[in-house]
Ligand binder design. Structure first.
Ligand SMILES: [Zn+2]
Length: 337
């Protein structure tokens, strides 16, 4: 049961970290898959829901297993029609369900083009069209797209993604990210020039790191890529010097509590409490997000409720996190340019 809180007043919320691959309602994914005649491993809807969601804490053991679930959602979203409908449905749904009025959605267009069979520009403009259609219906919302590079891609492919993000900057693409399955051979540092190019072109920069694995990766990101925001970054709570650097650079963390618990990046509620209290004690700015509300069966509201129920957050903390997220949105920043 949820405790009475500021959330009962249905405040306007911001979601900064949501993957398109984890944010579409399973019923809509089912419909899209059938519309396109995709061969699924099951003809039973409820088995399909099991396939594309993380319904209980024991379902995935780590980040790599979690990434495997995205293979299905990315396959289903791999056409202009599918990505347009996906983006359209996410934006309207987030507003209707949670009163999200500032929304950033991220996806890797190269994981939506059936390995080059579909044209990348068609995929990206279809996503933009989906966003435009949703914003016409719900003019209260501000929304923007983040194009993701991948830790398993060679530099040349990631360079193309940055070029595409720059090309569509004036049409609804607001930033870049690096994500994807963990890869021991990947070098953030090698991507420095791409990130610089994106930044100079007016794009926001957020980078997935410090979720699990090596803290050295997060150091590399902070020192060489100097992002505006970091996806997760929770490992910094165990490194005083890193927290000081993150704070000094004004980097905002995008924390996704339920995602971290489901992927076991965070052991339990007590570890989550320690991380959040440590970051707060060191004045590290952070926001609360879902990572993928449908895949993880959560929402921004549920994330705040979890923190309230366990006494990790007070109403004032919720208010502060909402304000921080709004201010840290690339949409807010771009308005001021
Ligand atoms: Zn993520």
């Amino acid at each position: 049961m949820s405790v009475a809180s500021i959330l009962d007043e249905r405040p306007e919320l911001t979601e900064l970290h949501a993957h398109v691959g984890g944010a579409v309602d399973p019923a809509i994914m089912w419909s899209i898959a059938h519309q396109q005649g995709i061969r699924l491993p099951t003809k039973d809807y409820w088995q399909f829901v099991e396939l594309i969601t993380v319904t209980h804490p024991d379902k995935v053991n780590n980040l790599a297993e979690y990434d495997l679930i995205f293979r299905w959602t990315e396959l289903i979203q791999s056409s202009p029609l599918a990505i347009e409908r996906s983006v359209y449905e996410i934006i309207g749904g987030a507003y209707r369900k949670c009163n999200i009025t500032t929304l950033e959605l991220r996806f890797n267009p190269m994981k939506r083009n059936r390995e080059g069979e579909q044209d990348l520009d068609h995929i990206i403009t279809a996503a933009i069209r989906g966003q435009d259609r949703a914003l016409l219906e719900y003019p209260q919302i501000r929304s923007g797209l983040i194009l993701m590079m991948d830790r398993t891609f060679p530099l040349e492919l990631n360079a193309i993604i940055v070029e595409k993000a720059l090309r569509y900057r004036s049409r609804g693409v607001i930033g870049i990210d690096i994500a994807g399955p963990p890869n021991p051979d990947f070098s953030y540092r090698e991507h420095q020039h791409l990130v610089e190019r994106a930044r100079e072109g007016g794009l926001g920069v957020t980078i997935h790191t410090g979720e699990e694995g090596r803290i050295e990766d997060m150091w590399e990101v902070v020192e060489y890529l100097r992002p505006d925001r970091i996806g997760h970054g929770i490992l910094s709570a165990y490194d005083e010097r890193l927290m000081a650097t993150v704070r000094a650079q004004g980097i905002v963390l995008e924390i996704c509590p339920i995602s971290n618990l489901r992927t076991h990046a965070v052991r339990d509620i007590e570890e989550l409490r320690t991380i959040i209290h440590t970051l707060r004690a060191h004045d590290v700015k952070f926001t609360i997000n879902t990572d993928g509300p449908q895949m993880l069966q959560t929402s921004v509201v549920k994330e705040y409720q979890l923190l309230l129920e366990h006494g990790i957050f007070s109403d004032d903390d919720v208010r502060a996190a909402i304000a921080t997220a709004y201010e840290a949105s690339f949409l807010t920043r771009l308005c001021h340019i």
